[in-house]
Unconditional design. Structure first.
Length: 330
């Protein structure tokens, strides 16, 4: 009997995109699936859409719960999962039909307890990579690659051995925003090894007006900064390589938090927080530039950002708005 894969989908206000998401899961070429749809108290028709799909496919389980946020919904899915492997999917995204087959093939060939793809499709880039290559990373290399990030951050372009997650009590019991990096990093450091492919198999939506990517919130930045500091504190694979990567990400998150304050035009409301970001961006820059394992082009951009953080935040906001305006992918 082939291994069973539990696919957990946390769902909130996703009715516009949910049929596409669920159909992409039920139409996987790898069929031994347990599909857990967690309706996180969604006020729209998402719950009814989940129930309709469950009537059509007996592999689907629906959990209706009081709204508790993305992390709580994913934890509910993890608690209910019975598969050999765990996959996390966002309710507004969708999978290529070979998503599970590709990751399972990688897992079987490498015997890795965590497998992932380095690249993803987005609503702004539907071009497949030309050449695929499977690389096997040590936990140290995988953690560093995730923290920089040289691999796409998020819990959803990855597959995790369920027994490994259970052994180390890994859940999403952290604040939302940065929770995906936390889960992926903790999993990578406890896995026996991590296999990384190049092929794009996950489709990430950048134009959902209900998501944190487009609906800016300063609390997102506060939570993300807390999560990366928490990750650094909880590193078991604690080497210069992983610590330097974590320090870079902490510096980057101070920039992200400042960006959110600028994007929400709330400098007056968050005066002390804004000044704290400016202070850390400048004070942490020299050490981060010296120790980060990044190319000269990236370090040059870091230097400009460190010297002109407010101006760069405004520049990044203008770029983000222009990109969103052009993103009409359905």
């Amino acid at each position: 009997m082939p291994d069973k894969v539990s696919i957990i989908v946390a769902i909130y206000k996703s009715e516009k995109f949910l049929d596409k998401c669920i159909n992409s899961i039920t139409n996987q070429t790898y069929t031994n699936l347990e599909i857990i749809l967690v309706d996180d108290g969604s006020p729209d028709n998402s719950g009814a859409i989940c129930d309709r799909h469950a009537q059509q496919d007996n592999r689907i389980k629906v959990i209706h719960k009081k709204n508790g946020g993305t992390c709580d919904a994913r934890n509910a899915g993890l608690a209910a999962a019975t598969g050999d492997w765990i996959v996390i999917v966002d309710g507004d995204d969708w999978l290529s039909e070979d998503y599970i087959a590709y990751l399972m093939d990688m897992a079987q060939k490498t015997k890795a307890e965590m497998v992932m793809t380095e690249n993803i499709f987005t609503t702004r880039d539907q071009t497949q990579v030309e050449h695929d290559e499977i690389r096997v990373k040590t936990p140290e290399d995988a953690v560093a690659s995730l923290l920089y990030p040289k691999i796409v951050v998020g819990p959803w372009n990855k597959m995790y051995k369920h027994s490994m997650l259970q052994e180390h009590h890994l859940t999403f019991s952290v604040p939302w925003s940065g929770e995906g990096l936390y889960f992926a990093t903790m999993s990578a450091q406890y896995a026996n090894k991590v296999a990384v492919g190049q092929r794009k198999i996950y489709n990430y939506r950048l134009n959902n007006m209900e998501s944190g990517l487009t609906h800016y919130n300063v609390q997102m930045g506060i939570n993300a900064l807390w999560n990366i500091k928490n990750i650094k504190n909880k590193l078991v694979v604690r080497t210069p390589k992983t610590i330097n990567a974590a320090n870079w990400h902490i510096w980057k998150n101070y920039n992200y938090l400042l960006f959110l304050i600028v994007a929400t035009d709330s400098k007056a409301e968050h005066k002390d927080l804004y000044q704290d970001c400016l202070s850390h961006i400048r004070s942490l820059l020299p050490r981060t530039l010296l120790t980060a394992d990044l190319g000269l082009k990236t370090k040059a951009h870091m230097l400009i950002t460190g010297l002109m953080p407010n101006l760069m935040a405004k520049h990044e906001l203008a770029k983000a708005k222009a990109a969103l305006a052009k993103d009409t992918f359905k």
